[in-house]
Ligand binder design. Structure first.
Ligand SMILES: [Ca+2]
Length: 470
């Protein structure tokens, strides 16, 4: 690094350290559920409208190679809470997972909750003087799981607000409305997020707003569905007006929270992170659902390919991220934990930090051309409806290698020329494939990843029935 640039960074750091005592930045994390890589206007949707998120991207940094740590919900959420790979946490499937008793492989005995032994990011930030709130979907314990200490209030959040009782899908029960007069749960949760900002505006706060939208059931506000129905184009990639309405509700919610921050004059002292927990859902039980598409990426949620894990991501750190910048360095949801500690000037728990897999994004946020010398890994020893079976994968520079555990086969893709993972290069570049495969195996050993095993009850016909169930 040139000396002058180093000095400039040192001055920024010094200025921040100086102001740290009285003004730790607030951190607001918006987590969409099942929003795919092209699910925002600024990420290329030809139907969905996301003016608030597009404006956030214009005023912050877009990450084009950002990944969820898993192709389904709960493991990614666990990675955000801990900064660790789901494989290390042994929380590797959505809770409660899928029962596939006749499949070729038996899935390992994984942990269907976020174990209380970890220091969550909420606990670490609270320790550092932050007021903490979880709003929306937790999905880090099973329904009816009474293991003590696994709910948000026990995992470091001062406030936890979920959908009100009696809500059916997205629609509030009769007599319950949002302050805007709608009966849509996302609008109601947005009210609660704004209330938390009101109550916390004089202290540093961490708001983790984990949306349900646009996860199934596909239900949108009628006014928005009508609007997008008028806008459908016959040859468009995105063509579901109800799904578009859900994305619009997501965008409006983000817009309302940002307006609220601005009204309290908190914009310049608040870091905003927007991302999704996995890719868009394109098919289930082998049948295409027509909800959304992640094209040009291959497939979607639950699959082994990029469509399952590459997600739209925007970060704005006023005074640090340069407006309208784009970063192509691969990042993952494991990185938010150390990033948030950095932003807060918090030390966290030394023992916990030793096992954190993510890296702080601070340098990237200051200079998006920064390269990280590392590979990223996925381990999904499970079956998913419409998925590709148990797999592990590694991304190293522009290459991505996927290993399928049913037959131990590997596929190799060069994402620089083939983002859609159409051309398997494993046979053409055996040296590269072998090197990445052993890197992947070494990583699995290092995190003690749980492996699927041969299923003595394997039964092709019965498995086929289960996997096609509708
Ligand atoms: Ca999800």
């Amino acid at each position: 690094m040139q000396f002058r640039r180093l000095m400039a960074l040192a001055i920024v750091w010094a200025a921040q350290a100086d102001g740290l005592a009285e003004t730790k930045p607030n951190i607001v994390m918006f987590l969409a559920d099942d929003l795919g890589w092209t699910g925002l206007g600024c990420f290329g949707s030809d139907l969905y409208e996301t003016p608030n998120l597009d404006a956030l991207a214009d005023s912050g940094m877009m990450f084009k190679d950002a990944y969820a740590a898993c192709t389904v919900c709960s493991p990614t959420r666990a990675s955000i809470m801990t900064g660790m790979y789901p494989a290390r946490l042994r929380c590797t499937d959505f809770i409660a997972g899928q029962n596939r008793p006749y499949a070729r492989l038996t899935v390992p005995d994984w942990t269907k909750r976020l174990d209380t032994k970890y220091t969550t990011i909420a606990e670490a930030l609270r320790e550092s003087g932050y007021r903490t709130a979880h709003v929306g979907k937790w999905h880090l314990e099973g329904k009816g799981d009474d293991t003590p200490g696994t709910d948000p209030l026990s995992q470091g959040f001062d406030v936890s607000i979920e959908k009100p009782a009696g809500t059916r899908g997205y629609f509030l029960k009769k007599g319950t409305t949002s302050r805007a007069g709608t009966n849509y749960a996302t609008d109601w949760l947005t009210d609660k997020a704004c209330d938390f900002v009101n109550e916390s505006k004089d202290d540093p706060f961490f708001l983790y707003f984990a949306y349900h939208v646009p996860h199934t059931p596909i239900q949108g506000r009628a006014d928005l569905v009508d609007y997008f129905r008028q806008k459908l184009q016959p040859n468009a990639t995105h063509n579901n007006p109800t799904y578009a309405a859900m994305v619009a509700s997501l965008d409006q919610s983000v817009g309302r929270v940002l307006e609220h921050l601005a009204a309290h004059d908190l914009t310049d002292n608040t870091v905003i992170v927007f991302t999704s927990d996995n890719g868009g859902l394109t098919q289930r039980y082998g049948k295409h659902d027509g909800f959304t598409e992640n094209l040009p990426l291959r497939r979607g949620k639950g699959s082994a390919y990029e469509g399952g894990v590459r997600v739209p991501t925007i970060i704005r750190w006023p005074g640090v991220t340069k407006p309208g910048t784009t970063c192509r360095t691969p990042i993952m949801t494991i990185d938010y934990y150390p990033t948030f500690l950095d932003i807060a000037g918090a030390t966290g728990d030394t023992d916990h930090n030793r096992s954190v897999d993510g890296r702080s994004l601070s340098l990237l946020l200051r200079d998006p051309a920064t390269k990280f010398d590392r590979s990223l890994f996925w381990h999904y020893p499970h079956y998913h409806a419409g998925g590709d079976g148990p797999y592990s994968a590694v991304r190293s520079e522009d290459y991505r290698l996927v290993e399928f555990h049913e037959d131990s086969s590997v596929r190799l893709y060069d994402l620089a020329s083939d983002v859609g993972e159409k051309n398997d290069l494993a046979a053409q570049r055996p040296d590269r494939a072998r090197a990445l495969h052993s890197k992947l195996q070494r990583w699995r050993t290092s995190v003690a990843a749980q492996m699927p095993t041969r299923n003595p009850d394997y039964d092709v016909a019965r498995e086929s029935e289960v996997s096609k169930r509708k």
